[in-house]
Design a protein around this ligand. Structure first.
Ligand code: B12
Ligand code: SF4
Ligand code: SF4
Length: 438
């Protein structure tokens, strides 16, 4: 039943979005009647190009290769006239059982958006339905749905749609819903009868909580430098994470929410807003606070299977294991040593490099704890050491040495050889193993 009209009534679009469980929506014209790009794009293009010029994208080369499309939606969809922005919130409270775990021991943290179902899948489904619905008005409609991975300036369009303002954290912020929300943009050849709402006023004011709290100073007046951002290193970067970043990663095994957790608008939203629709998201305790030793004990295939339908898959099992090793070192979990030693058998270079580094770090902590135990002359049962006897420690080293030898013979990459040399020197100094002479 084609309605074939020039403009889609805004109220009808709004009703359809509500039916699709969308919390916030808005529309904006992207090109004028002559096909010219909306003038507000200019400031964003400038900002984006400056970001590229500073190489603040790290090794996300896809931000460079598709820069022209990102800055001009007509190159992505030649008939484009407008954008519809959609927002669904993910400010979940920590699931009860994960709260228990967090209290009983230091647990690993995952960015909130990844506690439940993958928002890419949730929002792509919504966009498909929305596209179908819009085609009722115009069967010839051109449509492109964007959720994160398309070359679209999503926050800029969402801001112009009146969803929120772009804060100093570079997050899109809604005065009631805060920062914890995922965005989708529907580009199309449709026009809408009225604009949804006026642009939100920027309400950051004199606040600088996000800039002050960021542990790596990734935020500045110029925006975000991905090369300093924990989210970038733990999610987007493939390969070894530089030593200078490892301790700043703290407990974050996937993503980082620090600049959002400290934002007064997120804090207000947590107190005043109902939790997000569980129908859409289904947050799971083991995703919010995962057991890292369990992750390391699983094969990559099994871990990938376990994380089906989760955004955590973006980092691949080897990336998650790499991150897990860093967090276990930061949390001084010496009990993870045997499982970290096992990772020397992994196929991935970054996992092996991280494991070699972690073995040195955790053995140093272990030796330190042993000294502390001795100086306090504590009884064996109170000892913090993971080894109950000298024999146990010997066994662990006996297990480690053939793995190091195997790596030395079979893996000739410079990074591995450098780490092996450091590890051999360390073991020689601390345990008199005479490895460097072999
Ligand atoms: C690349 C990317 C990243 C990179 C770089 C982030 C960044 N700030 O650029 C990394 C991997 C670090 C990252 C991290 C995260 N990301 Co991200 N990311 C993207 C992606 C794919 C592109 C962003 C981009 O264009 N960056 C380029 C720079 C230049 O953009 P920018 O700093 O935001 O600046 C633009 C505007 O904000 C604006 N602007 C900013 N300040 C000012 C000031 C003035 C005066 C003006 C005129 C304009 C302006 O101008 C620029 C051009 O439009 C988008 C999806 C998409 N297709 O847009 C998701 C997206 C931005 N990410 C998202 C999320 C959720 C995150 C994380 C929270 C995940 C996490 N918990 O770990 C963190 C947050 C870190 C942060 N503070 O931004 C959401 C944001 C939702 C929201 N409420 O804002 C998006 C929109 C994905 C989605 N569809 O939901 N991300
Ligand atoms: S996500 Fe974390 S590391 Fe990145 S800017 Fe925000 S606080 Fe800093
Ligand atoms: S923490 Fe403060 S400065 Fe940063 S985005 Fe939130 S309100 Fe703006």
């Amino acid at each position: 039943m084609s309605k074939s009209i020039q403009e889609i009534p805004f109220e009808e679009l709004q009703e359809e979005c509500q039916r699709l469980n969308i919390e916030l929506m808005g529309t904006v014209d992207l090109v004028d009647e002559y096909g010219n790009l909306a003038p507000w794009y200019n400031a964003h293009i400038q900002r984006f190009n400056d970001w590229l010029a500073r190489e603040a994208y790290g090794d996300m080369e896809w931000m460079v290769t598709q820069a022209d499309k990102r800055c001009d939606p007509r190159l992505l969809l030649p008939e484009v006239k407008s954008g519809v922005a959609l927002w669904i919130g993910h400010q979940f409270p920590l699931p009860a059982s994960a709260q228990q775990e967090a209290k009983s021991q230091k647990s690993a943290k995952v960015a909130r958006y990844a506690w439940g179902r993958d928002y890419h899948n949730v929002l792509r489904r919504v966009l498909r339905q929305l596209g179908k619905w819009m085609k009722q008005y115009d069967p010839e409609l051109s449509f492109h749905g964007s959720v994160d991975t398309s070359p679209v300036l999503e926050r800029a369009i969402a801001e112009q749609c009146g969803i929120g303002w772009i804060g100093k954290s570079t997050m899109l912020i809604h005065p009631k819903k805060g920062t914890f929300g995922s965005i989708a943009i529907a580009l199309s050849s449709a026009r809408f009868s009225t604009r949804s709402q006026l642009k939100q006023t920027n309400r950051c004011g004199t606040c600088s909580a996000c800039l002050d709290a960021c542990p790596t100073q990734a935020l500045s007046a110029e925006g975000l430098d991905a090369r300093k951002c924990i989210s970038y290193w733990t999610i987007e970067h493939r390969g070894v994470i530089p030593e200078s970043m490892r301790s700043a990663i703290g407990d974050w095994v996937f993503g980082c929410d620090i600049c959002q957790d400290v934002c007064p608008w997120s804090q207000k939203a947590a107190k005043t807003q109902p939790p997000p629709s569980s129908e859409l998201w289904l947050p799971q305790p083991e995703r919010a606070r995962p057991n890292l030793i369990k992750w390391l004990s699983m094969s990559d295939e099994a871990l990938n299977q376990e994380l089906q339908g989760s955004p955590l898959r973006r980092a691949f099992p080897h990336g998650l294991k790499r991150n897990a090793i860093i967090v276990l070192v930061n949390q001084q979990k010496t009990e993870a040593l045997p499982m970290i030693i096992e990772q020397l058998n992994h196929q991935n270079l970054a996992v092996k490099v991280m494991a070699l580094w972690a073995i040195r770090m955790l053995l140093s902590i272990e030796i330190q704890q042993e000294h502390e135990d001795k100086s306090k002359s504590e009884s064996k049962s109170e000892s913090k050491s993971i080894f109950k006897s000298e024999l146990e420690r010997r066994n662990m080293l006996d297990n480690l040495i053939p793995l190091l030898n195997h790596l030395k013979e079979h893996d000739k990459s410079t990074l591995i050889l450098k780490e092996l040399e450091l590890t051999a020197k360390f073991l020689d100094t601390k345990f008199n193993l005479e490895l460097t002479d072999r």
